[in-house]
Design a protein around this ligand. Structure first.
Ligand SMILES: Cc1cc2nc3c(=O)[nH]c(=O)nc-3n(C[C@H](O)[C@H](O)[C@H](O)COP(=O)(O)OP(=O)(O)OC[C@H]3O[C@@H](n4cnc5c(N)ncnc54)[C@H](O)[C@@H]3O)c2cc1C
Length: 696
C-alpha cells in the first residue's frame, strides 16, 4: 500500500496581476494587492495523487498534504482536505521566511522525514508528489533538491501514470519527445507538469475540511539544517520591471491587410532577429587591469548604486583615480568630503572595498554538456559562447564536463566552439541520462576541480540535474537565467561575481541574483538567449579523463520506452507556419496548413515548412519532429505564422530569434498577442481561407 505526501504552495494569483501590484520604487510585488491561490500545478499534483491511489485500488493509502508558508497558507491545506487529502500539515515559522530553494527544500525534506517517522510509522512505501514548479518562483528546483536531501529517485515533468504489474509507470516530457519510466525503488519524488482532470469539492467534504485540524509545525519541530535567509545560498540583489517587448504587438483587422503585411515583412526583412539577445554590456575588467578606479562594472541595490555614485564623485573631485592613491592621509580627506552622506563605518567599508583587487571566486568557468546519441544539444554551444566571454573577463579557462558512454568524439566540436578543456566522465552506466547517476558523476568532477562558475542549459534535463548537483556540493543555483554578467559589488568589496538575471512571477518581474556561502556559482540558462560563437576548427584544447566509481545502485530509473521525433523537417526554411491545439483536429491541421503553406510558398516564392506546438503533437495532428519550442526545435525564420497557439513560454522560447511573428487566435486575450508582431483575433477556420484568397 503506497502513501502520498503532496507538497502544496500558496502563491499570488499572477493571472490577475495589475500594474499597481508593484511597488514603483523597488519594483517588488506588493503581495497584499493580489489574491492568494493554490499553485495550479500543485492542485494538479493533488489530483494526480488521488488518481494514483484510485488506479492502484489502494483506498487505504493516505494522502498527506504538506505546505510551508505563513499562517494564512492554511487555506491551501483546507482546499486539499476538501478535495482528497486525509491529513494536512503546515510548516510555519518566521525563521523559515526569505528562503531560497535550498532553504525551502531542506526544511520540507526534514518535515517529510518527520511525517514518515511519526505518521507513516517508518513505512517507506510512499511517493512525494508535487507540481513541477510554482508560479511565483518558477525555478523547478525544490522537488529535485528534496530528492537529493532524502536520497530518493526523482521523476520530473510527469504527465501521466499507469498502474501495471503492481507498480506505476510514468510518462514524462523530455527534450525531443517523451518517455515512460518507473522508479527502481521507493520512495520516489514525482513532479507533475500537466494533469488536466481537476478535483472538485463536495459540500459534505468541504464541511469536513473546515472542521478538520491543520497540524502546525514550527522550525524547532523539524530541526532542519538550512532555513531562512541565513540558510540560503543565493540572495536577490535587485528586482526590476522587465523591459517592454520589442515586438510590435499590432492588431490587424482583416485578412487582406494581413496578407499585405506578410508579403512586406518577408520582402523587407525588417523584423527583429538577433535583437532578443542581451544588450552588449561593456566587458568586465579585473581590478589590476583597470585604467582608473572608476572603470568598474558595478551592480547593487538602488541605495548602493546611489552611494557609489556619490563616493566616486567625491573621489574624482579630490583627484583620486587609482587605488594606490588611497593612503591614510587621503582617506582622512575622503572621510571629510563624503562624511555627511554616510555613517563612518559604511564609508570606511566602501573605501576598503575600492582597494580590494582579488576576485571573490577562483577557478575555471564550466559548462555541463547535454547530448543525446552522440549529438551535442544546441544550448550547450550557446553556453560555451557565453562562458568564453565570462572566462576572458576573469582571465581564466573554459571547461566543459561531459558524462556518458562513447562520448569522446564530441570533444572536437566542443573545443571548436570555444572550450579550453574537456572533462570526460565515461561509464556504461551513464549511457542514458539517469538523474542520480549523472548527478553523482558531475558533482564528483566539480568537487575535484572546483570551477568558479558552472552553467547548465535550462532544458528539462539541465533543470533536473543542476539542482541535484548544486545541492550535493552545497552551492547556490539560479534557475532559467536570461542574463549572466560579471560585476563587482563595491560596498562589500566583492570582486568579479557572476550576477544572474532571470524572470520571475511568470515574467512579470526580473531579478538579479548572486551566490553566497558557496565555493562555486551555478546557474541554468535559458536556451536561445545566449549566442553561440562561430566554430573555429583550428582551436586546440586539453582532454582530461575523470573517473567516478558508479554501481547499478546509482541508477534509479528504469526506462521503459522513449519516443523521439523521427523524419525530416527543414527548419532552415525562411517561412514556418505552425499549428497548435486550436487547430481542433488532424484533418483541420492538414487541410488549413496545406492551403496556407502552398499559398505563401507561391506568393513569396520560397520554401515554407510546417511546425507545431507540443500540444498539437500530443493531439496527434502531426509527427513530433515538427515540434517547435523548448523540448522541440528552436528556430529563427524570417517569418513565423502561429495558428491556434496560445503562446506558452516553452513554445515562445523556441521562436525568440524569428524576425517577424504573426498569430491567429480566437481568444482576444491570448498571451501570444503580447509576444508577436501582428495578430488577428478570429478562428483559423474563418481567417485562413480568406488569407489564402488574399495571398492568391
Ligand atoms: C517541460 C515542458 C516542456 C515543454 N516544451 C514545449 C515545446 O517545446 N513546445 C511547445 O509548443 N510546448 C511545450 N510545452 C507545453 C506548453 O507549456 C504548452 O502547453 C503548449 O505550448 C500549448 O500548446 P498550444 O498553444 O497549441 O495549446 P493551448 O495552450 O491549448 O492553446 C490553444 C490555443 O488555440 C486557440 N484556439 C482554440 N480554438 C481556436 C480556433 N478555432 N481558431 C483559432 N484559435 C483557436 C485558443 O484560444 C488557445 O489560445 C512544454 C511544457 C513543459 C512543462
Amino acid at each position: 500500500m503506497s502513501n502520498y505526501i503532496v507538497l502544496v504552495k500558496q502563491v499570488p494569483d499572477v493571472s490577475q496581476i495589475t500594474d499597481n501590484a508593484f511597488d514603483p520604487e523597488t519594483g517588488t510585488l506588493v503581495r497584499s494587492r493580489l489574491a492568494s491561490v493554490i499553485n495550479e500545478l500543485d492542485a494538479q499534483a493533488l489530483a494526480f495523487a488521488n488518481k494514483m491511489r484510485q488506479d492502484s485500488s489502494d483506498e487505504a493509502g493516505k494522502i498527506i498534504a504538506l505546505s510551508m508558508g505563513p499562517p494564512m497558507a492554511e487555506e491551501v491545506l483546507r482546499y486539499s482536505l476538501s478535495r482528497s487529502a486525509d491529513i494536512v500539515i503546515l510548516l510555519t515559522d518566521r525563521a523559515l521566511g526569505g528562503a531560497d530553494t535550498v532553504a525551502t527544500a531542506n526544511p520540507l525534506a526534514f518535515a517529510i522525514r518527520k511525517i514518515v517517522k511519526e505518521i507513516l510509522k517508518n513505512d517507506n512505501d510512499y511517493y512525494v508528489i508535487t507540481g513541477m514548479q510554482s508560479v511565483d518562483g518558477d525555478t523547478a528546483q525544490v522537488p529535485a533538491q528534496i530528492a537529493e536531501e532524502l536520497n530518493l529517485p526523482c521523476i520530473a515533468y510527469v504527465t501521466d501514470a499507469q498502474f501495471k504489474n503492481n507498480r506505476f509507470e510514468f510518462t514524462r516530457i523530455i527534450s525531443g519527445g517523451s518517455q515512460i519510466v518507473a522508479a527502481k525503488k521507493l520512495p520516489a519524488v514525482i513532479t507533475v507538469a500537466k494533469y488536466e482532470y481537476p478535483l472538485f469539492a463536495t459540500f459534505s467534504r468541504t464541511r469536513w475540511a473546515n472542521k478538520t485540524q491543520v497540524i502546525h509545525w514550527a522550525a524547532s519541530d523539524i530541526n532542519a539544517a538550512h532555513i531562512g535567509v541565513t540558510g540560503s545560498k543565493t540572495s536577490v540583489i535587485r528586482v526590476f520591471p522587465p523591459g517592454k517587448s520589442t515586438r510590435k504587438c499590432q492588431q490587424i483587422s482583416d485578412a487582406e491587410s494581413l496578407a499585405k503585411i506578410l508579403v512586406e515583412s518577408f520582402k523587407s526583412g525588417n523584423g527583429q532577429a538577433g535583437k532578443n539577445g542581451q544588450a552588449q554590456a561593456p566587458q568586465y575588467v579585473l581590478p589590476n587591469k583597470r585604467a582608473s578606479l572608476f572603470n568598474r562594472n558595478f551592480e547593487g541595490t538602488k541605495k548602493e548604486q546611489a552611494d557609489y555614485e556619490i563616493l566616486s564623485g567625491k573621489l574624482q573631485k579630490l583627484g583620486i583615480t587609482r587605488t594606490n592613491q588611497i593612503d591614510d592621509s587621503s582617506k582622512e580627506k575622503i572621510l571629510e568630503a563624503a562624511g555627511e552622506h554616510f555613517h563612518k563605518k559604511a564609508l570606511e567599508d566602501m573605501i576598503e572595498g575600492f582597494k580590494l583587487a582579488k576576485p571573490s571566486f577562483e577557478g575555471e568557468v564550466w559548462i555541463v554538456a547535454e547530448h543525446s546519441d552522440g549529438v551535442v544539444h544546441p544550448a550547450t554551444f550557446e553556453l560555451i559562447g557565453k562562458a568564453r566571454e565570462l572566462a576572458d573577463s576573469l582571465e581564466t579557462k573554459v571547461g566543459v564536463v561531459i558524462a556518458g558512454f562513447n562520448i569522446e568524439a564530441m570533444s572536437k566540436e566542443l573545443i571548436a566552439a570555444g572550450a579550453d578543456s574537456i572533462y570526460i566522465i565515461e561509464d556504461k552506466l551513464l549511457g542514458v541520462f539517469d538523474p542520480t547517476a549523472h548527478r553523482k558523476a558531475i558533482a564528483d568532477a566539480i568537487s575535484t576541480y572546483w570551477p568558479q562558475i558552472v552553467l547548465y542549459a535550462a532544458t528539462p534535463q539541465g533543470r533536473m540535474l543542476a539542482p541535484m548537483v548544486s545541492y550535493r556540493v552545497s552551492c547556490g543555483l539560479t534557475a532559467d537565467c536570461t542574463g549572466l554578467d560579471i560585476k563587482d559589488s563595491s560596498r562589500k568589496g566583492d570582486i568579479g561575481l557572476l550576477l544572474q538575471t532571470r524572470p520571475a512571477l511568470g515574467g512579470n518581474v526580473m531579478a538579479t541574483i548572486r551566490t553566497k556561502n558557496s565555493r562555486s556559482q551555478m546557474a541554468t540558462a535559458r536556451p536561445g538567449v545566449m549566442k553561440r560563437i562561430p566554430p573555429d576548427p583550428s582551436r586546440k584544447g586539453k582532454i582530461i579523463r575523470h573517473k567516478v566509481k558508479l554501481t547499478e545502485d546509482d541508477v534509479n530509473l528504469e526506462i521503459i520506452k522513449t519516443e523521439l521525433g523521427t523524419g525530416q523537417v527543414d527548419f532552415n526554411a525562411d517561412v514556418i507556419v505552425s499549428g497548435g491545439k486550436g487547430m481542433q483536429s488532424r484533418d483541420n491541421y492538414e487541410q488549413l496548413l496545406s492551403l496556407l503553406c502552398d499559398a505563401m510558398s507561391k506568393r513569396l516564392d520560397t520554401q515554407v515548412e510546417r511546425g507545431a506546438s507540443r500540444a498539437a503533437v500530443e493531439q496527434g495532428f502531426i509527427e513530433r519532429v515538427h515540434q517547435v519550442g523548448q523540448t522541440g526545435t528552436s528556430i529563427g525564420p524570417k517569418l513565423y505564422v502561429a495558428l491556434g497557439i496560445s503562446g506558452a513560454i516553452q513554445h515562445m522560447i523556441g521562436v525568440a530569434n524569428t524576425e517577424t511573428i504573426v498569430a491567429i487566435n480566437s481568444d482576444p486575450n491570448a498571451p501570444i498577442f503580447k509576444q508577436c508582431d501582428y495578430y488577428i483575433v478570429g478562428t483559423v477556420e474563418d481567417i485562413v481561407p480568406s488569407l489564402v484568397q488574399a495571398l492568391e
